[in-house]
Every structure is written in structure tokens, then in C-alpha cells.
Design a protein. Structure first.
Length: 240
């Protein structure tokens, strides 16, 4: 069985080339009847399943074409944690918990967006817990869509400023946290995104970490056939 893993596409209405590139990649995956796993930050921001803007509808239409043909799985990231069951049902996808365990060639593999492993960034972890809370989400989704879009834009600007002032090691995962998660779930391999630092890391004691890259000048994914391999490809048109 073939499986594709991708994350951190950060799609929005200003990056049509990325949406086209994703459609082409998923078309190839669908031809192979491969399982498709999108591990968070598919979009730059998601303000709720009732968003009716043109981009949101294009995203639904694109994903639905593939969800109708093969198994499509979505995991929340720090940008799209408001994907709900309505959206998942609409595109015929299955929402995954973070983390989740799947089987590849009979071996358990841990899947995560990856931000839960950034445990050195205390402020971020506190913010993550707040935004994932049912109280915040219930209050936020009770507002009209335009107010949610304005809040999301303000939050994005604040996030960019905050991250620009943080040392690189603060925004990366803590490998001890990764090892703890692997041992807790009795897995030897983890696949995650979030950090925008693609690579394959030997953690020792038979533990391995695969990091998916963000989609910018090229698109990144991991493909499993007989083994896992990270791959990238040029995105026509480049960054917009």
C-alpha cells in the first residue's frame, strides 16, 4: 500500500500555484489509490466551516475530488485547528487526532503536526492550549465570519513579529519530547511537520524522526511504498 504525507502548505487566496500543485500531487496519489495524510497547516488560516469565500470553496472542491477517489485524512495544525466535522464530511475526509498511530508495512508509525513537541516555547504551548479549548472555540465561532477574519489577520501579524524575535532552537522540537512520545505510544518512527525544517533524523535506540517541509518554492512530501522517503518538487510559478 502506498501512502503520501504532507503538511504546511499554508494555502490561501494569494497562493494559487500551491493549490494547483497540491491538486496535481493528490491526483497522482489518487491514481495509485494511495492513502493521503495532510498533517496540519493545510491553509494559512481557517475561521470556521461556514466560511463561504471563493478560496474556501475552491479548497472544498479540490479536496472532495480526491476524497471521493481514495482515503483522505486531515490533522489539525496551528493554523487550521478549526476544521470541523462539517468540513471533513464535505470533502469526504477523516479527521485525525494529534497524535495518531497508523500501520505502515505492519509497523506502528506516529503521526503529528509537530507543534506539541516544541516544549521549549512555553508561551506558544500556553497559547496552543487556549486556542484548542472548547470555551475559546465556542465563543470565536459564535461571531460573524468577517469579525473572525479580522481577528485571524491580527493574530497572524502578531505571530510573525513574535517568531521573528525567538531563537531558532526555541521554535524547533525538543527531541527528548519526541522520544518520550514515541516510547509512550510504542512506536519507533514519527512523521511530523510544523517546524519548516525538512529532514530525516536518527534519534538513537532505533528511533527515527521524519520532518515534512513547508510549501514555498518547492512542495515537500513523504511517500511510503516499501520504505519512507522525503521528496520535493518545484512549484510552477514559485512563491506569489
Amino acid at each position: 500500500m502506498t501512502s503520501y504525507f504532507l503538511s504546511d502548505l499554508h494555502l490561501d487566496d494569494g497562493h494559487s500555484s500551491r493549490l494547483r500543485a497540491m491538486d496535481e500531487l493528490l491526483t497522482e496519489a489518487s491514481r495509485q489509490e494511495a492513502d493521503i495524510y495532510i498533517l496540519g497547516d493545510l491553509v494559512e488560516v481557517w475561521v470556521g466551516d461556514d466560511d463561504d469565500c471563493q478560496f474556501a470553496q475552491q479548497l472544498r472542491d479540490t479536496l472532495r475530488r480526491h476524497g471521493e477517489r481514495t482515503s483522505l485524512f486531515l490533522m489539525h495544525g496551528n493554523r487550521d485547528f478549526l476544521f470541523g466535522t462539517e468540513f471533513a464530511d464535505d470533502v469526504q475526509a477523516t479527521l485525525l487526532e494529534d497524535p495518531s498511530i497508523i500501520q505502515l508495512n505492519g509497523q506502528p508509525v506516529l503521526l503529528s503536526h509537530g507543534d506539541m513537541f516544541c516544549t521549549s516555547d512555553i508561551a506558544y504551548q500556553q497559547m496552543r492550549q487556549f486556542f484548542r479549548s472548547s470555551d475559546f472555540q465556542s465563543h470565536f465561532l459564535s461571531q460573524d465570519v468577517e469579525a473572525r477574519r479580522e481577528f485571524a489577520q491580527t493574530l497572524r501579524e502578531q505571530s510573525k513579529k513574535s517568531n521573528a524575535n525567538k531563537p531558532a532552537q526555541i521554535t524547533d522540537v525538543v527531541e527528548a519530547s519526541v522520544r518520550d512520545a514515541l516510547n509512550l505510544h510504542d512506536c519507533s518512527t514519527v512523521i511530523h511537520g510544523h517546524t519548516h525544517r525538512p529532514g530525516h533524523h536518527d534519534l538513537g535506540n532505533g528511533l527515527t524522526r521524519y520532518v515534512l517541509g513547508s510549501w514555498e518554492r518547492c512542495g515537500w512530501y513523504a511517500r511510503f511504498q516499501s520504505e519512507l522517503a522525503l521528496e520535493c518538487f518545484a512549484i510552477d510559478g514559485g512563491p506569489e
